[in-house]
Ligand binder design. Structure first.
Ligand code: PEP
Ligand code: MG
Length: 578
């Protein structure tokens, strides 16, 4: 039976293919004791569930073979069958049931967690990630143990895109999909500017978050249509719907390839205003994609992603090589390297137990970004030295996240001087005159810009956090996502004020939050005076298209009038008509 689910659109495009369920949320099961005389029955229940899953996997394998499906699916099935047959998992569960007289579900989850913890210690990243496969196998067995009703037979796909369906994923988890060839991405949790969504957007594939129940309602290999622009997922579509979406997909792909022609076009408005379009990246290989779409530089390199999915911190040399790789991809062009913005939803295993927001009950307000770095001077100095060294090979700008206090700038400046002195002492080449900038993403900074403008060479507005902190809406919490509003008059007031103050002081101001990559907001931001946009490479050409069609001399006065309004609905209406 066909049904559709709705969520928050993160990244446009259409994917048609099959569901690949990914588990991450802890499988919650009840724990209870069984009577001595029932232990045998409990063990038998487990064996029957395992046998049923083995049969399910066999059937899946045969189905895949008959349909001549691509290799990935068969590989998944084989791997899951191996895990299921491995005594390392099942013997432990049996022992727990027999010795502790606990129910099979609970024993299974305990054993799974122990196995997953062992996988975490593997050096090989690929092997480490296989823990998610254990989770999926265990989930299949649990479903049988818990007697979840078999769902109505659905159409199953054996070819087409793999569409990942997950409950909730951390940005670090999401990052790992970058190396896999997937066609689309859906999560139950999250909001459109959570870091998970930002990473998903950088894959340049359709993505929808905040689906709420997708993970529970969808089964592996269900046929899915994912419409990333509208935030819709259609499950088990009939032939007519499939045809319609195939047509839409082809049209979108055509439009996209036409936009590639704009790659070398100068980004100027109709009235001749130059607008710089730079790219946001997470990892050095992303710089290639940024080049492919003609980015004029890197406006934001989120270096914290270099620290994720690993057990030890990257060394100075390793960081230096990563930064230099990006700098070399953009000869003569600006590369903005932001210092470690770890904490809140961005977690690095190697920093666990050292603050970084994880232990806090309110991590978005906790020890993240520059607050964390200033409590870890050695770690911060290592990164500063690596950036200063890479800056010798090109035009690097150093960007500091989450500044709110003048002392934070002063302390950062002192540490930069210290890093320079250390490099001088070892006769290491570095850039003495590196430019220093600050993210304006805390309302206090936007309201009190004077000290920032006097001490810094440039500013970059982080609209994602600026909205979060202005409206007191956790950007990663889907339950308040409807209140996360980039067009709230208070947010626009702070952005407008920052742009104006920068202009008056002669300090360049960029915007590198997700607003910069939203084509519906391009005219508004141009009218507010923004001339430096930084966004994910996937969005760049669409924004350029908007800029080429805009007349900033007409937009300026219109937007000035519009910003005087304080009724959001009226404002929204006028923005749509700009
Ligand atoms: C922002 O807050 O807008 C920003 C660009 O930084 P991040 O999304 O990494 O917090
Ligand atoms: Mg931010």
């Amino acid at each position: 039976m066909t049904f559709s689910l709705h969520g928050l659109a993160v990244s446009g495009g259409i994917a048609i293919g099959r569901a690949q369920l990914i588990s991450h949320a802890l499988l919650e099961v009840a724990q209870y004791q069984v009577r001595e005389k029932d232990v045998g029955g409990e063990l038998q229940r487990l064996d029957e569930a395992i046998a049923a899953v083995a049969a399910e996997l066999n059937a899946l394998r045969a189905e895949a073979r008959n349909a001549g499906s691509p290799g990935e699916l068969a590989a998944f099935v084989d791997l899951h069958a191996m895990i299921l047959a491995d005594p390392a998992l099942t013997d432990g569960v049996r022992a727990l049931i027999a010795e502790r007289r606990c129910n099979a579900e609970w024993a299974l989850v305990q054993q799974m967690q122990e196995a997953m913890a062992q996988f975490d210690t593997f050096e090989d990243a690929y092997l480490r990630e296989r823990k998610h496969d254990i989770e999926q196998v265990v989930e299949r067995v649990l479903r049988i143990l818990q007697g979840k009703p078999k769902r109505v037979a659905r159409r199953k796909a054996t070819e087409g895109d793999l569409i990942v369906v997950a409950n909730d994923l951390s940005p670090a988890d999401t990052l790992q999909f970058k190396t896999l060839k997937i066609g689309g991405f859906v999560t139950d949790m999250g909001s459109a500017t959570s870091h998970t969504a930002i990473v998903a957007r950088s894959f340049d594939i359709p993505a929808v978050v905040g689906m709420r129940e997708a993970r529970a309602l969808i089964q592996d290999d269900d046929v899915l249509i994912l419409d990333g622009a509208r935030g819709v997922l259609i499950v088990d579509p009939d032939a007519r719907i499939l045809d319609e979406y195939r047509l839409r997909k082809t049209t979108l792909e055509l439009e996209r390839s036409k936009r590639m022609r704009l790659k070398t076009a100068r980004s100027v408005t109709l009235d001749g205003e130059k607008v710089s379009l730079e790219a946001n990246i997470e990892l050095p290989p992303d710089a290639e994609r940024a080049k492919e779409v003609g980015a004029e530089g890197i406006g934001l390199f989120r270096t914290e992603f270099l620290f994720m999915n690993r057990d030890e911190l990257p060394t100075e040399d390793e960081q230096f090589e990563a930064y230099r790789q990006v700098v070399k991809s953009f000869p003569g062009k600006p590369v903005t390297i932001r210092t470690l913005d770890i904490g809140a939803d961005k977690e690095a295993r190697a920093l666990r137990g050292r603050g970084g927001g994880y232990a806090s009950s309110n991590p978005a307000l906790g020890l993240r970004a520059i607050r964390f770095c200033l409590t870890e001077p050695q770690l911060f100095l290592t990164q500063l030295r690596a950036v200063l060294r890479a800056a010798h090979y090109g035009r690097v700008r150093l960007l500091i996240p989450m500044l709110a206090h003048v002392q934070q700038i002063e302390q950062t400046l002192a540490l930069i001087e210290q890093a320079k002195a250390q490099l001088r002492a070892t006769r290491c080449k570095f850039d003495e005159d590196i430019e220093l900038g600050g993210m304006i993403e805390i309302p206090a900074a936007a309201l009190m810009l004077g000290p920032f403008l006097r001490r810094l060479d440039f500013l970059s507005i982080g609209s994602n956090d600026l909205i979060q902190y202005t409206l007191a809406v956790d950007r990663a919490d889907s339950s308040v996502a409807h209140l996360y509003d980039p067009l709230h008059p208070a947010v626009l007031f702070l952005i407008g004020k920052t742009l104006q103050a920068g202009r008056q002081a002669g300090v360049p101001v960029a915007l590198c939050g997700e607003m910069a990559g939203d084509p519906k907001l391009t005219r508004l931001l141009l009218g507010m005076g923004l001339r430096q946009f930084s966004m994910h490479p996937a969005q760049l050409l669409e924004i350029k298209q908007e800029i080429l069609m805009a007349d900033s001399s007409r937009l300026g006065p219109l937007v000035t009038r519009l910003l005087k309004l304080d009724e959001p609905e009226k404002m929204r209406e006028l923005i749509a008509r700009l």
